[in-house]
Design a protein around this ligand. Structure first.
Ligand SMILES: Cc1cc2nc3c(=O)[nH]c(=O)nc-3n(C[C@H](O)[C@H](O)[C@H](O)COP(=O)(O)OP(=O)(O)OC[C@H]3O[C@@H](n4cnc5c(N)ncnc54)[C@H](O)[C@@H]3O)c2cc1C
Length: 615
């Protein structure tokens, strides 16, 4: 027995009744917040005016987002719970997704969402990354377990489009763009996690231009499933004569089904899912152990050059890192919506002056208000950083000249670790606060708050752990262009603070001062980092994580302040935007000087940790 979730114009999705009974649809797309962040937190409006995005208008963008929001809320979100409760299952190597998931995926891809930002020549819609970023947030707000599949396919499309041969593109790209086939990313092996260079999967030249892939990969998201009739694996492997480490890794396209000359599905390739993991969250997505080469080797096709696989994979991973960051934003948004709704309903205790017989909704208690506004402010700050990163990617792709494209690339490179690590860290923090707002009911699975907390946890781990992101930020991104990329960004943030100070508007409270202190801390900590990269790299590495946090709260605070200034200028939405920016500056940005001390003064203590960690 099932109930149909009717949604105009979309195929019905079957949801088992016993699960549906306890699963209210709890996600709605926060279109107003998203639009405000796009327009005033990320400078999308000037970008549209200068023609960076062709003839696209803000009305177009908002129309796309409204339609995506409907898809996310009405088709994907209702299936999130069944994904968590039933999960994906495996029998004899065949993986089956939860009831309703295939229908939802079909509806989603037929809507053209997979190819939103892919090139039109391959069946995509050619829209900018910034629009895709907002949509990615929504798919993942509706269901992280659903959203993680497409984000990998989109990364695969990028890698193939940039690095693949014409023949490979002709055979595979269009179906990946339309989502008719899904793509996967195979890096991890038991001994090779963060240290990708330790991987052992072998690739042997077959003598006919193809390769044979032999080995085992673990933790492969959507490595096997029933959502699409072919799965295109992007596999890192090592040739017999390859140099050691990351310089000896090549990238191969390895399809589940080989293609006949006319493009139709042919023989099954020599690869299989051995098992799927039992995990803390995102149960709807199968996480597979994959075996290649039971019968001599899976047929693989080289992407790019031999031994240059890491560069190709980085194309795939950089987009995926932003998208994983947007998973953090999406899950934080959903946790916030749910917590606010619960706090309005749940009555406990009295507020001062209330009659003895009455009881107040918990949202009336200042401590609960603090939790809720913290959730909202962290979410909106992370969203703004994510969208700013996406717009930088658009500048890198579409800038008018080489200098503009290089500047966009440098900005995207600088912001990507923030967009990934800060957003996924706050995804966990916000989901945890969501459990707290629900009290004991948050710990009980029925409300769904616990699921969000469980789901959020993985995003800080995959696509490069957040520790690795912090190391990437200080070792690769700060030194970009001799430090010019970060200096330019700091100067831009400084101009926002100057504008806050210039308004002198009492509604912004201590914002100007707190942001100024934070930027001073960030500037000093940046110089300290750059100096210590040269003279004592261990000190710098020990401070990497607090540095990423300091950078993120300073940048997030400025982007929220920019939105508050716009609200004041336009006299619109002033309540929410100004209060949020002020709260963030006075309660979160205020930690910046302490983080600076943890970096500059505390790193020595970290390096002395061995003494305290002895048995
Ligand atoms: C649900 C799920 C889905 C996944 N999907 C995929 C997928 O589709 N494809 C894929 O290839 N992989 C996938 N992974 C694997 C994931 O990317 C890895 O788990 C992740 O990269 C971390 O590697 P690891 O687990 O080996 O941890 P380790 O590398 O052992 O790290 C353990 C800890 O040590 C820290 N650490 C490690 N090295 C350093 C260092 N040099 N400096 C400082 N700190 C360090 C890490 O930050 C971490 O905190 C998935 C994992 C899970 C759980």
């Amino acid at each position: 027995m099932g109930a149909y979730n009717a949604c105009a114009g979309l195929p019905p999705v079957l949801i088992p009744l016993n699960i549906r009974a306890e699963t209210p649809v709890t996600y709605h797309a926060p279109l107003a917040d998203m639009s405000f962040a796009l327009k005033y937190g990320t400078s999308l409006l000037p970008a549209l005016e200068e023609g960076l995005l062709g003839d696209l208008t803000m009305d177009d963008v908002e129309a796309v987002l409204a339609e995506a929001g409907r898809m996310a809320a009405e088709v994907i979100a209702p299936l999130d719970r069944v994904g968590d409760r039933v999960g994906a299952t495996i029998k004899d190597g065949v993986v089956t997704t939860a009831p309703g998931w295939k229908e939802a995926y079909d509806a989603w891809r037929k809507g053209g969402w997979n190819g939103l930002a892919s090139p039109a020549e391959w069946g995509g819609q050619g829209l900018p990354q910034i629009v895709n970023a907002a949509c990615t947030e929504m798919w993942n707000g509706a269901s992280m377990a659903f959203g993680v599949g497409p984000l990998l396919t989109m990364g695969a499309v990028d890698a193939l489009n940039v690095h693949g041969s014409d023949a490979l593109k002709r055979s595979y790209l269009e179906k990946l763009v339309t989502g008719e086939w899904m793509g996967t990313m195979h890096l991890t092996e038991p001994q090779a996690g963060s240290d990708v260079g330790a991987l052992r999967t072998r690739a042997e030249r077959a003598g006919d231009g193809t390769y044979r892939i032999i080995g085992q990969k673990i933790f492969i998201t959507y490595g096997e499933h029933d959502l699409t009739d072919n799965i295109i694996h992007f596999v890192l492997a090592r040739l017999p004569d390859a140099p050691p480490g990351t310089r000896g890794i090549s990238l191969f396209l390895v399809p589940k089904f080989l293609l006949n000359a006319n493009g139709s599905l042919g023989a099954r390739n020599d690869l299989r899912a051995h098992s799927i993991e039992h995990k803390l969250g995102i149960h709807g997505s199968p996480t597979c152990t994959m075996v290649f080469g039971d019968h001599g080797g899976a047929i693989g096709f080289l992407i790019g050059e031999e031994n240059a696989g890491m560069a190709c994979m980085f194309t795939m991973m950089n987009r995926a890192r932003l998208a994983v960051g947007l998973q953090g934003v999406g899950v934080a948004e959903r946790a916030t919506q749910q917590a606010i709704a619960y706090a309005r309903e749940r009555k406990q205790g009295r507020t001062p002056g209330m009659a003895a017989k009455e009881s107040a909704p918990i949202i009336a208690h200042p401590d609960v208000k603090r939790m809720l506004i913290t959730m909202r402010a962290l979410t909106q700050a992370a969203r703004s950083i994510g969208y700013a990163t996406a717009l930088a990617l658009d500048r890198a792709e579409r800038g008018a000249d080489k200098t503009a494209r290089e500047t966009g690339h440098a900005r995207a490179s600088l912001l990507t670790p923030l967009a990934k690590a800060f957003s996924t860290d706050i995804g966990i923090e916000v989901a945890s606060l969501g459990v707290q707002v629900h009290g004991g009911m948050g710990f009980i699975e029925e409300t769904g708050a616990a699921q969000l907390y469980r789901d959020a946890r993985i995003a800080a781990i995959y696509e490069g752990t957040n520790g690795i992101q912090a190391i990437d930020l200080i070792t690769r991104k700060l030194p970009l262009d001799g430090g010019a990329a970060v200096e330019t960004y700091l100067a831009e943030l400084r101009s926002i603070v100057d504008a806050v100070n210039a308004t002198n508007d009492p509604a912004l409270g201590w914002s100007g001062l707190r942001l100024e202190e934070a930027l001073d801390s960030l500037t000093r900590a940046t110089r300290w980092m750059l100096a210590h990269l040269e003279k004592d790299i261990n000190q710098a590495l020990a401070g990497a994580t607090p540095y990423l946090r300091l950078f993120s709260i300073a940048a997030g605070g400025c982007l929220l302040a920019q939105q508050a200034l716009a609200a004041l200028r336009l006299n619109t939405d002033t309540g929410s935007r100004v209060v949020l920016a002020r709260f963030f500056a006075e309660n979160i940005v205020v930690h910046a000087p302490a983080l600076e001390r943890a970096i500059v003064e505390g790193s020595g203590g970290v390096l002395a940790a061995d003494a305290a960690l002895a048995d």
